[in-house]
Design a protein around this ligand. Structure first.
Ligand SMILES: O=P(O)(O)OP(=O)(O)OP(=O)(O)OC[C@H]1O[C@@H](n2cnc3c(O)ncnc32)[C@H](O)[C@@H]1O
Ligand SMILES: [Mg+2]
Length: 199
């Protein structure tokens, strides 16, 4: 089954490819080139739907009618920092900032509150658009963030995140461990159930 991913994040795309080994997963940019989508909604769900619907509509315009589009809007929430960065995770250090810059900003804000370690969780909302119908599912991963980066596995905030039940960051644990229990894995398992019903 051919699935178009409405994401430009290389880390996410790599995870989706590993989580869906039996499907043909293509990043939208391979078909449509560069498209900037303004993620101006106030929830993960709103932004996930906007991304999937935008790419679906663009594919309809070029005659690719029978496609499944999947998007992922995700981020990390730190209750001790008033739930920052949350839906602003990708632009925590400003629009266009790199993972490194976002991590530095999170470290600064943890240090400003003398927090070496504090609870945090990741959210992923996956939206599916197929035959002009929209579906959404969510997954979460709970743990703690620390005020430094350890390991270079994963992407984004992974070097700062210690999942519950472990004493190492996702950066140190690597993808094989993360795959077992991540917010994206959980959301995608639900998304697969939706696909089983609608296809
Ligand atoms: O919108 P797309 O094109 O999918 O790519 P993006 O990187 O902008 O994605 P989001 O808008 O969903 O923002 C998600 C942010 O949260 C971070 N993030 C999400 N899932 C993560 C994960 O599994 N591990 C580490 N960081 C993650 C990621 O690095 C981004 O900074
Ligand atoms: Mg984004």
């Amino acid at each position: 089954m051919k699935i178009v991913l409405a994401s430009a994040n290389k880390g996410k795309i790599a995870e989706f490819e590993k989580l869906m080994p039996h499907d043909e997963v293509i990043a939208f940019s391979e078909i449509l080139g560069k498209i900037e989508i303004d993620e101006d909604q106030d929830t993960f769900k709103g932004n996930a739907i906007k991304k999937a619907q935008t790419i679906y509509d663009e594919l309809q315009k070029i005659g690719q009618k029978d496609v499944i589009v999947i998007s992922d809007d995700s981020g990390i929430t730190v209750p001790a920092l008033n739930n920052e960065p949350g839906i602003y995770s990708a632009r925590y250090a400003g629009i266009g900032s790199t993972d490194k810059e976002n991590n530095e900003k999170l470290i600064q804000n943890l240090n400003a509150k003398n927090l070496e370690i504090t609870p945090a969780f990741y959210t992923a909302c996956i939206s599916i658009v197929y035959k002009n119908e929209v579906y959404t599912v969510h997954g979460w991963m709970y743990g703690n963030v620390i005020n430094k980066e350890l390991g270079d596995g994963g992407f984004g905030y992974d070097p700062m995140f210690i999942p519950n039940g472990f004493d190492k960051t996702l950066g140190e644990l690597g993808y094989e461990a993360k795959k077992g229990f991540s917010h994206r894995t959980k959301a995608l398992n639900l998304a697969k159930k939706v696909l089983d019903v609608i296809l």
